[in-house]
Design a binder for this molecule. Structure first.
Ligand SMILES: Cc1ncc(COP(=O)(O)OP(=O)(O)O)c(N)n1
Ligand code: 3NM
Ligand code: MG
Length: 198
């Protein structure tokens, strides 16, 4: 399966309801804090919306809920991987995307045969505090050489203007949050992303 090159991340099904009709085909639901029943409701809505629009939904962090609710993809970071039941995830046929930030993390995930590897933050991000400032484009090129045929996702500080350079450096997919969600016109920004990634 070939994943779309544009991979926006949103924190609610409402965002997906707005953005999927524009042509988004790969999207992550990233909810960091919610009561379990709200979380499951948001995942169910997002799953159904993505099915209606022929889009791939990736559920961040909440692998058990994703598995229970018949979702197809999850994204796990290094700390998530420490506690996740990978055999159960694989047995259920869930596809797995993983975060990496340094050599040790990359070595660790390569042994898990992930369905994509994310490298970040390529540029500085304002979304969350991280111990890595920015990896830079040469690291994208290095990572692509190391992951081979596994799709490489570039994340962190992405913008429409930066995307072509990140693809040229070797990323297969670019993932983005605040360039869209903090934009005065998120729909127009998503259209610009679609134009630059298709
Ligand atoms: C595509 C993509 N890449 C990286 C991350 C970050 O995952 P993680 O390190 O687990 O941090 P949180 O997003 O859970 O705060 C991601 N979600 N998606
Ligand atoms: C969620 C996330 N993970 C990252 C990583 O490097 O693992 S960077 C990041 C935030 C991306 O948001 P923005 O596009 O607003 O910079
Ligand atoms: Mg996580």
């Amino acid at each position: 399966m070939t994943l779309d090159r544009f991979y926006p991340i949103f924190d609610s099904a409402d965002w997906l309801r707005r953005m999927l009709p524009l042509g988004v085909k790969l999207v992550q639901l990233r909810i960091k804090e919610a009561a379990p029943e709200i979380l499951r409701h948001e995942i169910a809505l997002s799953r159904d919306l993505c099915r209606q629009h022929g889009a791939v939904l990736v559920v961040n962090d909440h692998w058990q809920a994703a598995l229970d609710m018949g979702c197809d993809w999850i994204h796990l970071g290094q700390e998530d991987l420490d506690v996740a039941d990978l055999p159960a995830i694989r047995k259920a046929g869930l596809r797995l995307g993983v975060s990496t930030h340094d050599d040790d993390e990359l070595e660790r995930v390569l042994s898990m045969a992930p369905d994509y590897v994310a490298l970040g933050p390529v540029y500085p991000t304002i979304l969350k505090k991280m111990k890595w400032h920015q990896q830079g484009l040469p690291k994208v090129t290095e990572w692509k050489a190391r992951v081979g045929d596994t799709p490489l996702v570039g994340i962190g500080g992405m913008s429409v203007e930066r995307a072509p350079g990140v693809f040229d450096a070797g990323a297969d997919i670019v993932s983005v949050v605040t360039d869209i969600t903090l934009n005065a016109d998120p729909e127009a920004r998503v259209r610009a992303w679609l134009a630059v990634t298709r």
